[in-house]
Design a binder for this molecule. Structure first.
Ligand code: NAD
Length: 570
């Protein structure tokens, strides 16, 4: 653990950090290291003379050199390795580079490239980052946490690596996800990088290829399951609560069988949430609210069809349903406006095998009376569209091309501006390409996707395709929770975040404007979301802050900006 002190000049805001390191140790510390940008006086005071080339660079010159090096890499994985190495060497330079080229670099640091980095983790490993809590060390979790370099931690992202993106069990290689996600917390929400901790809970792996890989770095053992697994997670959470009682703990990429139960078990015990379930729901809800704002309609009047009733599909439906209730409907009225379709067709009364989280969305048999059904009495997406006339269609099935021309045209025949969100990732799994949806709807549809897509040219218009990216929500949510000193993460906070995202949308009464702000504006979006979330926490009586007075200042002060502080010895 390395303690350092920060003094801030009240007039210029410039920080001076008193650090306990000198010479090579200082150059090896990614948060303190400025590389060739150490000025002459700091080089002299901190024992760096001779350890660096004599010319003193500006941060801009370093950025130019770093970007050129990034561009020279030939594959996305090489670019990822380069950026990760830069992060481990000089965090200010890393975050400034990310900030200046956010559209180009976010997909390299996080999805989709991070998936390949997780798969290759044991082969591209360079430098330690984050905490590995392996099952055989389950009796020593307190000691493991005490070994981390951070004195205080504000945000932990933890995974057990079992369901990494759409790539399944990556074992210890899943560590790439918490590292990448926390980089986005800093990049998009200004969470101080020294106060974040990525954690990999290594409960083994059932990935045979990894178990047989001589270079695999994780615990070489089949996954521990059942009571032993639950006990392992419990020990971890208890150790975290002892050491960092106010931390925000985010669960990421757990298998469906564990994700929901873990959230239920811990949501009332500490400040915690699951981004795959709740963050996804909030960003999709914010996007639908933005689209509705663009068309001038009301949420309570929408009919919503969701294709793929898994974690994301049911989470999004729950959140949109709560938003409809907020818009004046009863719970029952709101539920009646949702048509969720999974492998066996429409979720409906009497369908066997419905999971507990799907049951609230089963449509009563009476509602289907008089429907024209498919061959052999099936009720699939086509039947839902032709009978229920949805105004919003969301795809979270991972089924390529599920939104066919027939389905989209049938929807568009009834709705002036169909809202279509093919959210499945990666790009190859998308339910329909944005250009297809726009062509089949004569440019009338409002489209947002899960993967990034280029603008679509349509009859002289350039239509931007916003990416319904969870990064619009979780960094601002985290910032708001920290600024308010919130003790729990509640559905109300996700609703506040979704509404703040919709409010930040450039599309207001005009279907032609982009539905979501550009990624280049993400820090200011996160700030708006943070304010909304903090206000909700205060109003709910769940915050350390007694009132909203001074909230803006507290949020702004929490936002770390990648700039070199003046360094001095202790
Ligand atoms: P999941 O496995 O929990 O859910 C997928 C559901 O689709 C399952 O219930 C499955 O039975 C259903 N399905 C599969 N084939 C089907 C078919 N032929 N017909 C009908 N239903 C079918 O996965 P998830 O976590 O809910 O993620 C689903 C997709 O959503 C993924 O592609 C993921 O990348 C994407 N996603 C996007 C975002 C985002 O854009 N922000 C966020 C989260 C998830």
């Amino acid at each position: 653990m390395i303690d350092f002190e920060i003094a801030r000049d009240a007039q210029t805001g410039r920080e001076t950090w008193s650090v306990p390191l000198k010479g090579p140790l200082l150059l090896n510390h990614p948060l303190f290291n400025k590389g060739t940008a150490f000025p002459e006086d700091e080089r002299r005071e901190l024992g760096l003379l001779g350890l660096l080339p004599p010319h003193v660079d500006s941060l801009d010159a370093q950025l130019e050199r770093a970007y050129a090096a990034f561009q020279r890499k030939e594959t996305d994985l090489e670019r990822h390795i380069y950026l990760r190495a830069l992060q481990d060497e000089n965090e200010v330079l890393f975050y400034r580079l990310m900030q200046d080229y956010i559209g180009e670099m976010m997909p390299i640091v996080y999805t989709p490239t991070v998936g390949e980095a997780c798969q290759q983790f044991s082969h591209i490993y360079r430098h330690p980052r984050g905490l590995f809590v392996a099952y055989p060390q389950r009796d020593d979790v307190d000691a493991l946490l005490a070994n981390t370099p951070q004195r205080d931690v504000d945000v932990i992202v933890v995974t057990d690596g079992e369901r990494i993106l759409g790539l399944g069990d990556q074992g210890a290689g899943g560590m790439g996800i918490p590292i990448g996600k926390l980089a986005l917390y800093t990049l998009c929400g200004g969470i101080h990088p020294a106060r974040t901790l990525p954690v990999l809970l290594d409960a083994g792996t059932d990935n045979e290829a990894l178990l047989n890989d001589p270079l695999y770095m994780g615990w070489r053992h089949p996954r521990v399951r059942g009571a032993e697994y639950d006990e392992f997670v419990e020990r971890f959470v208890q150790a975290v609560m002892r050491r960092y009682p106010n931390v925000l703990l985010q669960w990421e990429d757990f298998a469906q069988a564990n994700a929901g139960p873990l959230l239920e078990r811990y949501r009332d015990r500490l400040c915690t949430f699951n981004d795959d379930i709740q963050g996804t729901a909030a960003v999709a809800t914010g996007t639908v609210l933005a689209a509705i704002k663009a068309t001038g309609a009301r949420l309570r009047d929408q009919i919503i069809a969701v294709f793929g009733a898994g974690s994301a599909g049911c989470g999004i439906s729950e959140q949109l349903c709560a938003a409809m209730v907020r818009d004046g409907l009863s719970e029952a009225e709101a539920h009646s406006r949702f048509y969720l379709v999974d492998r066996p067709g429409l979720l409906r009364e009497g369908l066997s095998g419905l999971l507990p989280f799907q049951q609230p969305f089963a449509q009563p048999a009476a509602r289907l009376a008089g429907w024209r059904l498919g061959q052999a009495g099936t009720v699939g997406l086509a039947e839902v569209v032709s009978n229920a006339h949805p105004t919003v269609l969301i795809g979270v099935s991972g089924v390529t091309g599920a939104f066919t021309e027939e389905v989209i045209k049938a929807m568009a025949s009834r709705v002036p501006h169909p809202i279509v969100l093919p959210l499945s990732n990666p790009t190859s799994r998308c339910e329909a390409l944005p250009a297809q949806v726009l062509a089949w709807t004569e440019g009338r549809a409002l489209v947002a996707t899960g993967s990034p897509f280029a603008d679509v040219a349509w009859e002289g218009r350039t239509i931007p395709i916003p990416q319904c990216n969870n990064s619009y929500i979780f960094p601002g949510l985290g910032l708001g929770i920290l600024a308010a000193g919130a003790r729990r993460v509640t559905p109300g906070m996700f609703m506040a975040a979704a509404q703040a995202l919709a409010d930040a949308s450039p599309a207001s009464g005009t279907p032609d404007a982009p539905l979501l702000p550009p990624l280049t504006a993400i820090r200011s979006v996160s700030r708006c979301i943070a304010l909304a979330v903090a206000k909700e926490a205060i109003a709910a009586g769940l915050a350390a802050l007694p009132s909203n007075a001074d909230l803006e200042r507290l949020v702004d002060e929490r936002m770390w900006t990648p700039a070199y502080a003046r360094l001095t010895g202790i």
